[in-house]
Design a protein around this ligand. Structure first.
Ligand code: SF4
Ligand code: SF4
Length: 150
């Protein structure tokens, strides 16, 4: 399965991936209308420490603790893609505690959200990867990609 890999070597810390993620999942086709005067709530977060930055989002684990922990079955694995059915989420935050990477967070409506690789929105491919200006995020089918570290 194709996965997202990130590299702190190439990350500029520009946070554009966060904006494109928020836009891709907004349901709008106008970035300005979708994001202007709003606090964005993306499914990818750029971590910055000691002058180093890197983007963090769901790793679509082979043995996903979030899926195992979900009390309602809202989280599931579809061919390796870990998805969330917001209609089944009861916002108990169990998955937030279970995820070792901190990549599940509340959405604007209080239900949980996570990266679904943009496979369920209109973009159809990870927007963070597509629009990263320095190719610090790549999307490929490899256990050990040459160009970036996970
Ligand atoms: S868009 Fe790319 S370079 Fe900018 S913060 Fe995100 S990962 Fe880093
Ligand atoms: S949300 Fe966390 S535990 Fe679940 S698949 Fe993604 S990284 Fe793994």
């Amino acid at each position: 399965m194709k996965r997202i890999y990130v590299s702190e070597k190439w990350c500029l810390g520009c946070h554009l991936c966060e904006y494109y993620c928020a836009f891709a999942n907004s349901g709008s086709d106008d970035m300005a209308k979708a994001l202007m005067n709003r606090r964005i709530n993306p499914r990818i977060q750029v971590e910055e420490r000691s002058g180093i930055s890197f983007a963090v989002s769901c790793r679509h684990c082979e043995e996903p603790l979030c899926v195992k922990s979900c009390i309602t079955g809202a989280l599931s694995s579809e061919g390796g893609l870990i998805t969330i059915d917001k209609n089944r989420c009861v916002a108990c935050h169990t998955c937030v505690l279970a995820c070792p990477y901190g990549t599940i967070m509340p959405s604007d409506d209080g239900m949980m959200q996570k990266c679904e690789l943009c496979l369920k929105n209109a973009i159809g491919e990870p927007a963070c990867v597509k629009y990263c200006p320095n190719r610090a995020i790549i999307y490929e089918d490899s256990a050990a990609p040459a160009a970036a570290a996970q």
